[in-house]
Write a protein that binds this ligand. Structure first.
Ligand SMILES: [Zn+2]
Length: 301
């Protein structure tokens, strides 16, 4: 799923390619991805042009000349691709938008995704209540964000309502660089820990942006980025070694997913395990799974 580095790259490419072109038509093949009646899209988009594109966590926000905005979420495995000629549009696209010069972009979705057209000054629950951008938040804001919070650090960072843009792909490297165990209770972090975490978020996400983002996602021109698994300090492999201390990585379960950590570099001392996580790990597996599924659903926003 695209995370902040992918949204940043795509928004940048869209900004320099499609802004100020008048929209000729919009075609929607998956109405359940919409937030309003299908006919509103033609009325709101055709004749308008996109003034500006910006990353919005895992969403792409296209602000129109009218002041309305089209929010696009690619879900898991979706792509948004530029075309210069409508003959390049694949048959099975879920959405495409064509400009008067014949160029445009299409969107393919693999699992789910959203196209939300939001009128100026209109509320939209799925995009209004996201936390601050992971790369724009200041150190002081980040310190305040983590103050008096409960629970484990990893689910907190993945919850887009707390901070937007971090997902399952980058979180492993962020926590390794910050030397934090994913299940570490937030209340046990001191100021130095939080500042290290802030630095790690910037370092990892900016490194990916420098490399054109993830090698598992396509950019607006259909190219893959260069941020591959090789960039991760701890490989997805129990037979590899930690580059800092030489220990063998350990695979642990955190919520609905697994990740690798170095238990020497990311220790969890007595009293640091999140209470909520401790409670969850002692409950019945079936109950835990239900909770996990719900939290995954929320994180995909
Ligand atoms: Zn280590």
């Amino acid at each position: 799923m695209p995370e902040l580095p992918e949204s940043v790259i795509i928004a940048h490419q869209m900004n320099r390619t499609i802004c100020n072109k008048k929209i000729r038509q919009v075609v929607i093949q998956q109405p359940k991805c919409l937030n309003r009646p299908e006919q509103d899209y033609s009325a709101g988009l055709v004749g308008n042009s996109i003034r500006n594109v910006e990353p919005w966590g895992k969403w792409i926000k296209c602000t129109l000349d009218s002041g309305d905005a089209l929010f696009i979420n690619l879900g898991m495995g979706g792509e948004i691709i530029y075309f210069v000629d409508s003959a390049e549009i694949p048959i099975k696209v879920k959405f495409y938008l064509e400009f008067i010069d014949g160029s445009g972009f299409f969107v393919t979705l693999w699992w789910f995704g959203y196209f939300h057209l939001v009128r100026k000054n209109e509320a939209n629950p799925m995009t209004d209540h996201l936390g601050p951008d992971a790369l724009e938040i200041s150190t002081d804001q980040f310190l305040n964000l983590l103050q008096k919070r409960r629970g484990a650090i990893k689910p907190f960072l993945l919850n887009q309502k707390n901070i937007r843009g971090i997902g399952n792909f980058y979180i492993q490297e962020i926590l390794f660089q910050a030397k934090l165990h994913p299940l570490r209770q937030i209340s046990t972090l001191d100021e130095t820990d939080i500042i290290e975490l802030y630095r790690a978020i910037h370092q990892v996400l900016n490194r990916s942006i420098e490399l054109g983002s993830s090698s598992y996602e396509l950019d607006f021109f259909g190219n893959k980025g260069d941020y591959s698994l090789k960039e991760l300090s701890i490989a997805y492999d129990e037979n590899s070694r930690c580059p800092v201390c030489g220990s063998q990585p350990e695979k642990i379960k955190t919520g609905g997913t697994s990740q690798y950590i170095c238990s020497q570099c990311q220790p969890l001392k007595d009293g640091e395990l999140s209470d909520e996580t401790a409670a969850e790990t002692t409950t019945q597996p079936q109950f835990r799974q239900t909770k996990i599924k719900k939290s995954i659903g929320k994180q995909t926003i």
